[in-house]
Design a protein around this ligand. Structure first.
Ligand code: MN3
Length: 215
């Protein structure tokens, strides 16, 4: 009988067409980013955990417990597991003409961060000033909204990684600032990409994450 390997992690389908975010993010970038980059993280994550107890765990649980992953697999799981989670999270956060935040999230942005303009200013600075590749995040820490950034495919859930301590939170919004996320349309102009990003934030999804975290 044919037996197939247990491929625990799978590439989620993009919840819209490649061209859905144009002109802010172009179709070619979305296609390569999802079908090639994200697919490669999934493939390499599966290779790293194949045959171990980690292949059937939830990715969030793995990332929150990287200290328990065997030394020889930890870096691969951190990089590719982080890549898989970050991109799965990111796709859902993007939508054309999705308005502005409302309700409790809008109140928290006002109270914790000083309003929308201030949020954008702080978040854009975190995204633009991240040297090399990484992510900018809006998250909830001790019941308060916070903005921070992580290098590579690290993220705020990785509590066992000492150098990420400043950015530990439950992320509700994230922005990929790897060059592969913007190079075709924006070349070296990361700041323009970061500014344009606000036009495609799916605030309903951000609110959903926020409500779940603060519940
Ligand atoms: Mn990416």
């Amino acid at each position: 009988m044919l037996t197939l390997p247990n491929m625990a992690f799978t590439l989620p389908k993009l919840p819209y067409d490649f061209a859905a975010l144009e002109p802010v993010i172009d179709a070619k970038t979305m296609e390569i980013h999802h079908d090639k980059h994200h697919a490669a993280y999934v493939e390499k994550l599966n290779a790293a955990v194949a045959g171990t107890e980690w292949e059937n765990k939830k990715i969030e649980d793995i990332l929150m417990n990287l200290g328990e992953v065997p030394d020889d697999k930890r870096m691969a799981v951190r990089n590719h597991g982080g890549g898989h989670w970050n991109h799965s999270f990111f796709w859902e956060l993007l939508k054309k003409d999705a308005g502005e935040p409302g309700g409790k999230l809008a109140e928290a942005i006002e109270k914790d961060l000083g309003g929308m303009d201030k949020l954008k200013e702080t978040f854009n600075a975190a995204a633009v000033n991240r040297f090399g590749s990484g992510w900018a995040w809006l998250g909830v820490r001790d019941g308060q909204l916070t903005v921070c950034s992580t290098p590579n495919q690290d993220n705020p859930l990785m509590k066992d990684i000492a150098e990420l301590k400043e950015c530990l939170c439950y992320p509700i919004l994230g922005l990929d600032v790897w060059e592969h996320a913007y190079y075709i349309l924006y070349q070296n102009r990361r700041a323009e990409y970061v500014e344009a990003f606000w036009q495609v934030v799916n605030w309903a999804k951000v609110s959903e994450h926020f409500e779940k975290v603060v519940a």
